[in-house]
Design a protein around this ligand. Structure first.
Ligand code: ADP
Length: 454
């Protein structure tokens, strides 16, 4: 096992990794930007090294400074967390070339699954269900027009290097497809330096269903079942739960197993999430693979008892997975809500500034992954998530009630947070029935905006 790990991240995920390191007897070294000086998680690290000013480009994204910090602290491995450099194959490559173990997949496996076109190609081979659409990035618009006519409109044009919902265009007829391809190409070239786009069937009223998988360097890979993350606003997840409500167990097993096969075939080691959209008939279509640990990993930890972060570190150190597929069972239900410092009443405006009040909930089945506390000043430089509240209970109905109770106990001020919004969403009839889709939050936000004006 490693003696010392460098954490190339900040906030709650840095703290989560520090906790995992501590349990494994590993020293944790954190890097931080000057905007994060005094950040509460840094107190828990064995060592903290400033790598630059607030803007991420000058610190958390600056590869040479992170490598230098790993060198001076004599770390053996680097954990990228999520966001920042976590899905950057070049960074994984530089870590390897500099003699540090990257806690995550090899750059080869990351490229095989992180590039949407490559990934779709491999998925077709392994029997992981994909959207009908073009086989490859589009060279010829006429070919795309032909494919769209075959699979029927609506279709969606997507960037092969895509991320954050950019470079996507929905087309409901041929004219929209032609202009959509042009504008998606331009947007993708500007955003990702790669103008490659492809076309697939557009699904209305889908649910977001994602499978947690984990592999080791010895050719083993298992799935840890799924999460439903259909509560989204602008493609950002707000609420995540496991298992997905109301899914046929046989269909679930089939799609989860296909996800494990996909990452096994990619010779993938570490945690990966295979994202799908699910239609009303419970057909699945792969969206993409996230080649890192995800924000919402705790709900899976709660229902399976597997510590995903610790297991990720173990497999990076060369250990075999300590379990096989038959050891993994679903126990109860878990829901996570993201506590963002945003004002839902003012267009979700991010709220930087001092947290004066912070009173956290407790009780059975209540878990908080957060770096925030009273006296913490939220810097304006990074994303607005200040923590996650995760609740576990024997069944979904109890879980929702327990979560509502915990949200009522949770007092954070004067900065505004998404706590009041979550209380309303958890009472939304579609969410309660488990019949919600990926658009219900935005539909509901529009409705209440209209009512408020009356
Ligand atoms: P990104 O990597 O930019 O986040 P994704 O492929 O994950 O792109 O898609 C982002 C979101 O766009 C999905 O969560 C879903 O809401 C929507 N979307 C993408 N592809 C489709 C599709 N074929 N049909 C319907 N919605 C889609």
């Amino acid at each position: 096992m490693f003696k010392r790990v460098l954490i190339a991240n900040r906030g709650e995920i840095a703290l989560r990794i520090i906790r995992a390191c501590r349990e494994l007897g590993i020293e944790a070294v954190c890097v931080y930007s000057s905007a994060d000086k005094g950040g509460p998680w840094l107190e828990q690290a064995d060592r903290a090294i400033c790598i630059g000013p607030g803007p991420s480009k000058e610190s958390y994204l600056k590869i040479e400074r992170i490598i230098a910090a790993a060198e001076v602290s004599h770390a053996e491995a680097i954990h990228p967390g999520y966001g920042f450099l976590s899905e950057n194959a070049h960074f994984a490559e530089v870590c390897r070339a500099s003699g540090f173990e990257f806690i995550g997949p090899s750059p080869e496996a990351m490229n095989a699954l992180g590039d949407k076109v490559n990934c779709k190609r491999l998925a077709r081979k392994t029997g992981t269900p994909v959207f009908p659409g073009t086989e490859d990035a589009i060279e010829d618009i006429e070919e795309a027009v032909k494919v769209a006519a075959e699979i029927q409109y609506p279709v969606i044009v997507k960037a092969r290097a895509g991320g954050g919902g950019r470079g996507m265009r929905v087309a409901r007829d041929e004219a929209e497809l032609r202009t959509g391809i042009e504008s998606a190409r331009q947007e993708a070239a500007a955003a990702f330096g790669d103008g490659g786009v492809y076309v697939e069937k557009f699904l209305e009223n889908a649910r977001h269903f994602e499978v947690q998988t984990i592999g080791d360097k010895h050719g083993h890979a298992v799935h840890l079942y799924e999460r439903d993350c259909s509560s989204q606003r602008r493609h950002q997840k707000l609420i995540e739960e496991a298992p997905a409500p109301g899914v046929d167990p046989k269909k679930r097993d089939r799609v989860c197993e296909s996800a494990a096969t996909l990452i096994r075939e990619a010779k993938y080691s570490g945690a990966a999430t295979v994202e799908f959209l699910m239609d009303r008939q419970q057909n699945f279509y792969m969206l993409e693979v996230n080649t890192r640990v995800q924000v919402e990993h705790p709900v899976t930890e709660m229902i399976t008892g597997v510590d995903i972060v610790k297991t990720g570190i173990r497999v990076a150190a060369g250990e075999e997975l300590p379990f096989t597929q038959k050891d993994i069972h679903i126990n109860g239900h878990a829901i996570e809500v993201r506590i963002n410092a945003e004002d839902p009443d003012r267009g979700f405006m991010p709220q930087a500034g001092l947290i004066e009040t912070y009173a956290a909930p407790g009780g059975p089945g209540v878990r908080i992954d957060s770096h925030a506390r009273a006296g913490y000043r939220i810097p304006p430089n990074y994303d607005s998530m200040i923590g996650k509240l995760i609740v576990h209970a024997p069944d979904r109905a109890t879980c929702i009630e327990r979560l509502k109770g915990a949200l009522r106990e949770f007092k954070i001020g004067p900065v505004k947070t998404t706590i009041p919004l979550h209380l309303k969403l958890l009472d939304h009839p579609d969410f309660r029935a488990g019949s919600h889709d990926i658009h219900y939050v935005e539909r509901w936000l529009k409705e209440i905006a209209v009512t408020a004006k009356v």
